[in-house]
Ligand binder design. Structure first.
Ligand code: IPM
Ligand code: MG
Length: 365
């Protein structure tokens, strides 16, 4: 007789810098309890990344940390960066962000899913009027391993008339196709609408992007596909955010429009993300940064990180049940009126990171 087989799942935890460790600890606690509820045992292995790794080892990501991540089931990531390391050039391995980019590239996590949902309890906190943000439920799929972040040449050099610098935006057909396919597959499971965002009136890469997305669209006749220029999209996202379902776009555009979109949800601290490749391995992180100004104060909003743990259960562990348990718990806590400082209306009391996390765990039932 076989009794009580529980599968141990390996999660690499990379807290990083600033508020990274605080929010990641919150997410890890919630994840552990939620997984336990569905009979899943998780083994956590913690490693340094970003500025913390630069200080300890002289590089933002050690090769053995990357190797460890490759053998894991999923990675829970906090945030990297801070004024202490700001002098290093963007390409230097002394730059905290280079650790994150090396992970995304090294694990081939080409699709970054950033769901933007406005919780009913948060409608009044949004930067926009309630009738504009009610029922907003969109999913930005950001291309994550190409474009301006990675293409070469990328350097600064001196000229007789002072320094000059170059970044390159390059995209190939397969790079665009794989992220487009992922976005269409997701749209098929949602409201069957996809908007591809580019700058095809100015950029060759965008013209290629648009033609590849249009070709992929022919394979998804059930999904209504539209194209929009990024400047117009940035405007329309505030004008009628409810009109969007899945939005697919290149790396830098996706970085920018998701910070913008976070204000629909009330705060940058609310949004989670999942970075996925071809398999089930994924890296899960809140979209916010390390927020050095509030680090160590215990006041950071852990919800973006906690909701990232829900995405980990959904996309890497295939546990939709446990993912929803976390999402519903967060919703309940918000409905009860609990607010961290970033989402508390002026003059209203705010709770700290730990109190918010305890409340979510309590609400897991
Ligand atoms: C994000 C961040 C990162 C990015 C930084 C920290 C490198 O802004 O995940 O949105 O630009 O991708
Ligand atoms: Mg960003």
């Amino acid at each position: 007789m076989i009794v009580g087989i529980t599968t141990a799942v390996r999660i690499v935890v990379l807290p990083g810098d600033g508020i990274g460790p605080e929010v990641t600890e919150a997410a890890r606690r919630v994840l552990d309890v939620a997984a336990g509820r569905v009979g899943l045992r998780l083994d956590f292995v913690e490693e340094l990344v970003g500025g913390a790794s630069v200080d300890a080892f002289g590089v933002a990501l050690r090769p053995q940390t990357l190797r460890l991540c490759k053998t894991a089931d999923a990675i829970l990531f906090g945030a990297v960066g801070g004024p202490k390391w700001d002098d290093a050039s963007p390409q230097s391995t002394l730059r905290p962000g280079s650790g994150l980019l090396a992970l995304r590239k090294g694990l081939e996590l080409f699709a970054n899913l950033r769901p933007v949902r406005v919780d009913p309890a948060m409608v009044a906190t949004s930067a926009l009027r309630p009738e504009r943000v009610k029922d907003v439920d969109l999913l930005v799929v950001r291309e994550l391993t190409g474009g301006l972040y990675f293409s070469k040449p990328k350097r600064r050099y001196s000229t007789p008339r002072g320094d000059a610098a170059v970044d390159t935006m390059r995209y190939s057909t397969p790079e665009i196709e794989r992220v487009a396919v992922r976005a269409f597959e997701l749209a098929r499971r949602r409201r069957q609408r996809l908007c591809s965002v580019d700058k095809a009136n100015m950029l060759e890469t965008s013209r290629l992007w648009r033609s590849v997305v249009s070709r992929v669209a022919e394979r998804y006749p059930d999904v209504a596909c539209s194209h929009m220029l990024v400047d117009a999209f940035a405007m329309d996202l505030l004008r009628r955010p409810q009109a969007y379902d899945v939005v697919v776009t290149e790396n830098l555009f996706g970085d920018i429009v998701t910070d913008e979109a976070s204000m629909l949800a009330g705060s940058l601290g609310m949004l989670p993300s999942a970075s996925l490749g071809g398999g089930t391995l994924g890296l899960y992180e809140p979209i916010h940064g390390s927020a050095p100004d509030i680090a160590g104060k215990g006041i950071a909003n852990p919800i973006g990180a906690i909701l990232s743990a829900a995405l980990l259960l959904r996309w890497s562990l295939n546990r939709e049940d446990a993912a929803q348990v976390i999402e519903q718990a967060v919703s309940r806590v918000l409905a009860d009126g609990l607010r961290t400082a970033d989402i508390a209306p002026d003059g209203q009391p705010a709770v700290g990171t730990t109190a918010m996390t305890d409340a979510v765990i309590e609400a897991l039932g």
